[in-house]
Design a binder for this molecule. Sequence first.
Ligand code: NAD
Length: 406
Amino acid sequence: MMSRFKIASEALGLDEEVYNVLKSPAKQVTVSLPITMDDGSIRVFEGHRVIHSTILGPSKGGVRFDPGVNINEVKALAAWMTWKCAVVDIPYGGAKGGVCCNPREMSSGERERLTRAYTQSMIEIFGPDRDIPAPDMGTGPREMAWMMDAYSRTQGMTVNSVVTGKPLVLGGSLGRTEATGRGVMVTALAAMGKLKINPYNATGAVQGFGNVGSYAALLLEERGMKIISVSDISGAYYNENGIDINKAILYREGNNGSLEGFDGAERIEGSELLTLEVDVLIPAAMEDVITIKNVADIKAKLIVEGANGPTSAKADKIINEKGIIVVPDILANAGGVTVSYFEWVQNRLGYKWTAERVNRRSDRIMKDAFEKVYKTSIEYDVPMRIAAYIVAIDKVAKTYKYRGGY
Ligand code: NAD
């Protein structure tokens, strides 16, 4: 995050003072959370919330429950959220939170107590006009419902706009589940338009078949693209005639969430998917999968980053030399935070939008953001990734200058 932030700040000619303001998080809070476990013992968990910036508005960012959570990771992810919100032009700053724990080894009751304790400890941080959490790794609608309830109890009223990613009955938004994959589809089609690739003649490969990857694959298939390979943790699956994505989703749903044993394609090595001869490659699983080790073998014309940070900073340079266009993560996967913003807007309006309205408005935001980043990449003669940071940093820096400081 820092290396790209630095390159973009230099390209933009950002003055040093503003650079220093934007590089440091505005606030970081670390709390100890003593929790009574089911066996009666008390365990102490460490939780963090980092607010990177509130220059554009209340800060927004997920809460991660994972054994790997540490303050440095949370700080980097919080800054990432600032740039992601700014690039799609929604009125939010960036934040991130996390608790170092293994939710897979905890009972539902233990996770509930941890979620409520974390919320209670952050009561002065969270708020619909201050800082709005959302799900991330290890958390989902269930945890968001507990957070919303825990916060609301301290206020003496229901405040559903304090978190997003809630279940529909609690004020979650229609369209949120598929929002990130849908944004990947919209930005992929926009980029294909610039490269004069007709989706009906194009092939794609999608790494990761979870929330982001499966919807991106399905929606691109619906728009004519032949998805010849998909993968998940169980391995990669290849069919040169195109994989029936609906069938793969149904298979996964009936098979404990895994593609293991899927018979609509032949099994290949997971790493092979990334180097297939396709028009569009969509890494939508995890970070650091395109690295200095495999970048030379990548044959796709276009990479659309559904996952956060799938390309290492060193691999970036070679990708650019090879002339591969990358729609960067902070743009490509911002459909999720955009619809989270719509959830907050609907909660504050006390009103519910139809799925059509949500999709139409998020598609427009994603398309506009793509065009702005594309134009900036031409204007500054930089890759789309740096252009996305330029758009984001420029917006935050200009706002900061207008607002002023002490
Ligand atoms: P998910 O847990 O729903 O799915 C992850 C998928 O990746 C699963 O199919 C899993 O089997 C697969 N996977 C894991 N390790 C793999 C490996 N080594 N090789 C191939 N596949 C592997 O997660 P998700 O919500 O789809 O998120 C995926 C990525 O997108 C993450 O980087 C996440 O941070 C990012 N992201 C998600 C959202 C969102 O709204 N869900 C928004 C922005 C960014």
